[in-house]
Design a protein around this ligand. Sequence first.
Ligand code: CS2
Length: 500
Amino acid sequence: MAAGRGDVTPRLNLSTLEQLPRDVAPTVDPGTLAVGIVHLGIGAFHRAHQAVYTEAATAAAGGDWGICGVTQRTPTVVEQLSPQDNLYTVTERDGAGERLRVIGAVRETLWVRADPDGVSERMAAPTTRVISLTVTEKGYHHDPATNRLNLTDPAIEADLADGGTRTVLGQLTGGLARRRVRDGGPVTVLCCDNLPDNGRVLSGLVAEFAGRSPHADGLADWIIDNVTFPSTMVDRITPATTGADLDHVAAALGARDEGAVVTEPFTQWVIEDDFAAGRPAWERAGAIMTTDVGPYEQIKLRLLNGSHSTLAYLGQLADREFMSDTVGPGAPFAAVVRRLMATDMAPTLAVPDGFDLSAYQQQLLDRFANPALRHRTSQVAMDGSQKLPARLLAPIRERRRAGEEPLAATLGVAAWMRCVSARRSDGGRPLTVDDPLGDEIADRLAGSEDPPMVVDTLLGMSQIFDEELATDGQWRALLCEQVTSLTRDGAERTAQRVAG
Ligand code: CS2
């Protein structure tokens, strides 16, 4: 805890809540709200996004839609939120100022490693009608190039062998198996991660996992009959909270909040309306309920996340600490990302009626440049092997099929290749490669920084690059040119050239 000597600031909780200004108080009564949603992966993003929508929907239309948040790897969130009666603040921040609110929608937090049975019970309870997830791309243990379950992943192997709960798929399948035995009734599993077609992908992974698991007997069929997997598009840029944020919130609130999250004012949620056992009235909170999330998902994944990854790797190479240093005033990469969006991405997108794609692109540049969000390029650069296939490789493949040379998108991939091979910035600062395939990448490259060798070695990783791209000689030549240019001239000069 960062509380200083003699600091008597009380902790945020139900009793201190009464002393806080009325305009920051939750819009639901946390004391009476019962749990209706189990959420796997209660990180900053869930707290800044789905939990906020759920609270607003419940305030507008009622219902027992409190959230049981499950944390995966460490007990940190439980330690932060439990002493606070699971209350926390959301601070929306941009250049114009900030707005702070206490959210009361989270009613319980569990650490699955300490209480796997409690998590399973919650998933099986008839009162639970939605099980949602934000576990990041790598949390699904699949090969992003094929969307197939990664059966050689040791944690998946172990969960399949003993019905364990090391992985989210193990937890989910175990919870659904218990629900079936207990007659808990139909339920919706709602994937809120940045995967294309996320509902369909998760449903395929659960089916594959359930068919092989010790709970197998008839479970996959029960799931088909009782569980829906709607797709969603989620959007709100939410950096990891810093110690300085916590001190700032304590001063502004008059109560210490160890679970505070800081985010941007913008928020968007598009949800396929296919729920097996009811849902909160999220449309009353501004969510778009639709029959087809696909077009929104592609627009967001390619324009926002594709640009984000490109900026993160270029920014890492160019020693830019924050995303706003890559596109803000005087920053070097706005032109290349404009080109990326307009030339390489926009032509691949189906645009819903009434959606203004040019305005969306400009709005993204403004959001990326938000000077009040200290969003680290290193945070976005994490897990590139899991993120690039949907964000950059899929649109590149489509442009290649159309006979085009998607230069800016290829630069994004080349910048990732340079980051994971050189492991230092253009200025010589060491770069950490935080990626589930990081060790395999290092082993395969064996220290080489030779551009053709780097390109060929990485293109050979079939978990990331599918056959079609890996064998596209013209595209390989483009990549080689760009990795060579990044190596020789650095990120800023290469990006200038590509931006034209
Ligand atoms: C980012 C996303 O870290 C990343 O990879 O691109 O988390 C991004 O901030 C969100 O998708 C915004 O909605």
